[in-house]
Design a protein around this ligand. Sequence first.
Ligand code: HEC
Ligand code: HEC
Length: 518
Amino acid sequence: MSKQRTTILGGAVLVGSVVALCGLQALGQSEPWTVADLLDGPLRVPDDVALRGELEEALDFRIREDHDLMLDAWEPGELITNARITQDLLEFRHYGNDALFVFGDELFEYAFRPEDGLGNNLNRDNVPFAGPLARPNMRRAHVGAFGGPDAYSCASCHFMGGPDGAGTATQNAIFFSTDGDRTLNAESRNPPHVLGLGPVEALAREMTRDLLALRRQASADAVEQGEPVAVELETKGVSFGRLMALPGGGFDLSEVEGVDADLIIKPFGWKGHQPTIRAMAEESFRIHMGLVSTDAQRRIRDGELSAAAYGDGPWYDVDDDGLTLEIDDGMLTSMVAYLAQLEVPAMRPPHTPRLQRAFAQGQRLFDEVGCAGCHTPVLELRDTVLETGGHDTEPIFIDVAREGEFPKPEPKDGFETAFLVHLYSDLKRHDMGPELASSVGQGDIPATHFLTRSLWGLAETSPYLHDGRAPTLDAAIVAHGGEALESRRSYQALSLEERGAVQVFLLSLSRTPAVFIP
Ligand code: HEC
Ligand code: HEC
């Protein structure tokens, strides 16, 4: 939604330690604090001319949106043309990443309709996992890979705290119902925000490469030496346990931790089940809106994917709604280009001396009570170029540290040899104990295991935890169990004031302030 968003405090919000330092310098202040101090000091409002220009741009956008909506009512189909870029068109026009971002932005907002392929026309008598209603056959609870469908647009669940934000409790998706009717036996999942995902995917890919290289080397050594070789699976300072390579070429994976047996880091979803933004977008279109991708249709045709989970129609219209083109490669590519180029969340420490002291203390305590053991404050990214595209199509390349919206990850040094990604996660799964567990496991991931949720952007994403059970940060921390039990107990042993300080620090994990014209 970049076009609708006017950043009034641009340039003032730096990321991470830089801001933390400024905050500390201000600790000596004893004068009462005023808004004027704030605007002279750490935050800056653009001058009148710049501000007027930005507001005019935002209003102009609003007027065009109203116009497009009415035009679409008058000439149906007008709106989808702004949101849908098919693979053919993408290749023909040689669109750049900035243009793909605009298409992806529209696609994220667009409210799909039955005439675009929303939902399905399946009959529950023939397809038991489908809903009981007429086309588009929406319902609240999902069944497996088929999903609901439960929504009309991506933005309808991802908007809290601003565009591309999280969802509140009423936007929870209800996964894994046994019959699609009852919600109680199902798994409630709260929508996370979708900012900064480009750098996250790039980090995960680097970590995967490291783990696979360690495995390859250990295997070669084991074969050469004719005996088992153990290797510590460590990447970017995060340990994924130990792997034993066997002389016959096999592996003993019994001591591998926090990652699947394929050693591919999957940084998306609360349980960490998807490796790429593309896979997450494909899944989201399917389960939330009943929009089946052209890629899935092709794989059903070629026998690589079983149609059984999608419906009983022919391969080119497996959900039997009369639409063949629902989500093609180009549309997925534009969605990836959009999400991968969004801003990253930013740290925004408080401005009054008292709270600044609490912030500094909270940041220290976060480390001391062991939160940082899983919520790793910063991971270093080297290879910033992501590749995405369909199966047989030319890929596009996106530099996630340089292209798209600001802020971007902070360069580590003047040579930009690496970038600091302040995401507060180790991208590893942990056992969080029986109380926090899901109602069921997900694939091979046990009910008790979750990916360390990144904490950047946290201030804008309540309620917290995978099912949104925690209305406050304190409640979220106290719900930690399993591997986090010791850390949670240390937190609970702090004084009330110290606990408050940890929360003040957490609330600084936010996003760049902006004016929205909805
Ligand atoms: C009904 C609400 C809902 C709708 C609609 C929805 N999402 Fe989500 N989204 C969620 C939930 C819940 C999760 C967490 C999923 C999980 O745990 O597997 C999520 C997770 C994601 C993630 C992973 C974020 C992360 O950090 O793990 C991405 C990317 C995403 N959604 C993109 C989309 C896109 C693109 C669309 C539209 C095609 C969409 N979502 C529509 C609820 C929704
Ligand atoms: C053993 C690893 C581990 C430790 C230690 C840990 N966490 Fe977490 N944290 C997680 C995981 C995993 C989740 C996601 C839980 C879920 O999906 O419901 C999480 C979730 C959270 C959330 C909710 C995030 C959201 O977006 O809803 C907060 C806040 C949080 N942790 C803060 C802390 C604090 C503060 C500490 C230290 C007292 C801490 N954590 C220690 C693993 C850990």
